[in-house]
Design a protein around this ligand. Structure first.
Ligand code: UTP
Length: 292
């Protein structure tokens, strides 16, 4: 594997979003906005910032609004043009030009591994990245861009990783790994443990929703025995991948929020709003004036 490039991103978005019910009864969780942009659009923009030109969205029943979001909206555009709302018109059009969007369906939400497997034919025989849109990372440089730069050096699968504090590791997949002596961001993965008891965790390096994977992952997902509820877990396939190929962890720079969880979503909203030139100053003042 020399000189391979990451051109395709898979964004699994076929889950049920039960933690956000009733909001997600008919509206996809991935369309919830942080300020005024849906989570899914942040994911697509991150893929584009990382150099991908094709984004494969895994959708499911009742989630067609996700595809529509990236499509032209002729009536809306004509109306904005007539009313001279040119800045908004530009925003609406920009979304349609981001990347080639391909949507494919997961007939039932049978786990993250099963969702990624739906992209097998479209990805083909090349390494690709996976971005979970409800894990939002913000910082100076897009998380996946940093990971792609690392991939260009190591030419192997890479798992986005965050060093978490104390007992929090029990909520994540945890890496059994060694830090690269020359690059403290790079971890040599020996194994993975799913949601370990804190005293049994081999490290504090948690896996987050960013992956670069080699195409071998597809056959390994196909070879998995379905777990509880018929689900196929991506982490089980990655554990198998470690037996065949070198797999790295990568400690990205940036702040991550789990926007699939209500508390994380609120924190992400505050961070993103404070950063906005148009809203940030007034929002900061309002927050300061609140009597907590
Ligand atoms: P989550 O587990 O966070 O999403 O999956 P969920 O299952 O929709 O949420 P809850 O737990 O019920 O609230 C992470 C990402 O993987 C996708 C989800 O859409 C989300 O973007 N996913 C998950 C699939 O595409 N298919 C699945 O079978 C499971």
């Amino acid at each position: 594997m020399a000189g391979l490039k990451i051109r395709k991103a898979v964004i699994p978005a076929a889950g049920m979003g039960t933690r956000f019910l009733p909001a997600t009864k008919v509206m996809p969780k991935e369309m919830l906005p942080l300020v005024d942009k849906p989570l899914l659009q942040y994911g697509v923009e991150e893929a584009v910032a990382a150099g991908c030109d094709e984004v494969i969205i895994i959708t499911g029943r009742g989630k067609v609004t996700m595809e529509d979001h990236f499509d032209r909206a002729p009536e809306l555009e004509a109306s904005l043009e007539r009313r001279g709302k040119l800045e908004l018109l530009e925003k609406v059009r920009e979304v349609t030009k981001l990347a080639r969007i391909v949507a494919t369906r997961q007939s039932e939400p049978l786990g993250l591994g099963h969702a990624v497997l739906q992209a097998k034919e479209i990805v083909g025989d090349e390494p690709f990245c996976v971005i979970l849109p409800d894990d939002v990372v913000h910082g100076d440089e897009a998380c996946m861009k940093q990971m792609v730069q690392a991939f260009e050096k190591v030419q192997a699968s890479i798992l986005g990783s965050e060093e978490v504090e104390g007992d929090a590791i029990q909520n994540y997949g945890c890496l059994d790994c060694l830090v690269d002596p020359n690059d403290p961001q790079l971890l040599h993965v020996r194994d993975m443990v799913e949601k370990p008891k804190p005293h049994e965790a081999p490290s504090q390096n948690a896996i987050i929703g960013r992956y670069i994977l080699t195409p071998r992952i597809f056959e390994l997902i196909e070879g998995l025995k379905p777990g509880a509820g018929g689900e196929l877990q991506l982490t089980d396939a990655i554990k198998a991948l470690i037996q065949f190929e070198k797999v790295y962890g990568f400690r990205y720079k940036g702040v991550r929020h789990d926007a699939g969880d209500k508390f994380g979503f609120l924190k992400a909203t505050v961070d993103f709003a404070l950063e906005r030139e148009d809203l940030g100053p007034a929002f900061r003042e309002w927050l300061k004036a609140k009597k907590f």
